[in-house]
Design a protein around this ligand. Structure first.
Ligand code: NAD
Length: 362
């Protein structure tokens, strides 16, 4: 396969391979689009089976970030990075700072943040080599862990779903099956219990499960039963690809609204959900809270302002539902269309030149 074959026709701008033999760094930074602004997306640190799997993942994730930023109304493009390897074995100050040098070399075309396998302290380390880092700790001028803000955004999206599906935005008394009580799922569980929802959880990590039961008094179910529950809302907050050929016919919920990225294994699963009468909250719209939060950091972080912007997810979701119903398409397709429309429109207005030529331009 040729080196450009993976990116044919999908509008990618740049792929950067980062190598540092001393620290063992092997990373790939993918910039999908800077049409709306600098490409912002997290750094995933993961023991990929091979380099091709890492490339496929980073490309898919970078494109997802373009849509997420566009649909959230942000002036940001989409990018992502992956560091190849087991973070528990190879993560070191030297490696992270070597990576930071590569981020810096892009001069702000790519801005990074934490993702699976990286955490707040890692971003603080990367920041020692580059200012193009968000999601640092508050002591380093950052906004801290974005997960609770992501969860807050999911609550807003769920309320819009409840209004659409049940005619009432309140979550009081609604039954919710929550898959995954990690950083986002745990915060979401707390918010839902406060709202008066009846939550049942499942998690592969028994410590996370026990902690949530202890703190919120919720019920549990088994790993393979959670998506089959007859509930108002199924909230996937663990893995991608949970809506797939094997699981889709098991679903007994009326709404799917959760934080996991890439919930649909394929686009056609969105169409199938529509046919089944299950309202799907497009993942990159409902889980944009964390991105909205780190974007605020670029202008000097203000928590109240960030939370207020995150509440806009409610309206964004309503707009997607209207678009989907007017055009008789799935909510997943409506969300992609909305993001692509915005990129096209804003790119067009930027064709107007706002500076005049002077001697320096010749
Ligand atoms: P996390 O790793 O903290 O939590 C994931 C949880 O899911 C863990 O408790 C894990 O044990 C559990 N889990 C894994 N496999 C499972 C399975 N088969 N069944 C049930 N539980 C399982 O991750 P997170 O930061 O909470 O993110 C959750 C999802 O939301 C991910 O898909 C992530 O990409 C997405 N997301 C997160 C953020 C954020 O701000 N953290 C923002 C946008 C999207």
């Amino acid at each position: 396969m040729g080196v450009f074959d993976h990116v044919k026709g999908d509008g990618y701008e740049q792929i950067v391979y980062c190598i540092d033999d001393h620290s063992g760094l092997r990373a790939i930074i993918a910039i999908h689009s800077t049409a709306l602004g600098p490409a912002l997306g997290g750094t995933r640190f993961y023991p990929y089976e091979n380099e091709e799997a890492a490339l496929v993942d980073v490309l898919r994730l970078a494109q997802g970030m373009t849509y997420k930023a566009a649909a959230a109304g942000l002036d940001l493009g989409g990018g992502k990075a992956v560091i190849i390897g087991d973070p528990r074995r190879i993560k070191s100050e030297e490696l992270l700072r070597a990576y930071g040098r590569f981020v810096d070399s892009l001069g702000g075309r790519y801005i990074t943040a934490e993702d699976v396998g990286t955490e707040l302290a890692d971003m603080d380390t990367v920041k020692r080599e580059s200012r193009w880092v968000t999601g640092c700790s508050a002591t380093h001028g950052g906004s801290g862990d974005p997960s609770p803000v992501t969860a807050w955004g999911v609550v807003q999206g769920m309320k819009a779903c409840a209004l659409e599906a049940f005619g009432d935005a309140s979550l009081k008394g609604r039954t919710v099956a929550l898959q995954g009580v990690g950083k986002v799922g745990r915060a979401l569980c707390g918010y839902l219990v406060e709202e008066g929802a009846k939550v049942t959880i499942a998690d592969i990590d028994v410590d996370n499960l026990a902690r949530a039961v202890n703190d919120f008094g919720v019920e549990t179910t088994s790993l393979d039963a959670v998506h089959k529950m007859e509930v108002d809302i199924f909230a996937p907050c663990a893995l991608g690809g949970i809506i797939n050929d094997d699981t889709i016919s098991d679903l007994r919920c009326k709404v799917i609204a959760g934080s996991a990225n890439n919930q649909l294994a394929r686009d056609e699963h969105g169409d199938k959900l529509k046919d089944l009468g299950i309202l799907y909250a497009p993942d990159f719209v409902i889980n944009a809270g964390g991105l909205i939060n780190v974007e605020d950091e670029l202008r000097g972080y203000d928590r109240d302002r960030a939370m207020q912007k995150v509440e806009g997810i409610y309206r964004a979701m309503q707009m997607i539902f209207t678009m989907a119903s007017e055009q008789h398409i799935s909510t997943a397709r409506a969300a992609v269309q909305h993001a692509q429309d915005r990129i096209r429109k804003i790119s067009r207005i930027r064709l107007v030149r706002t500076t005049t030529y002077g001697p320096d331009n010749y």
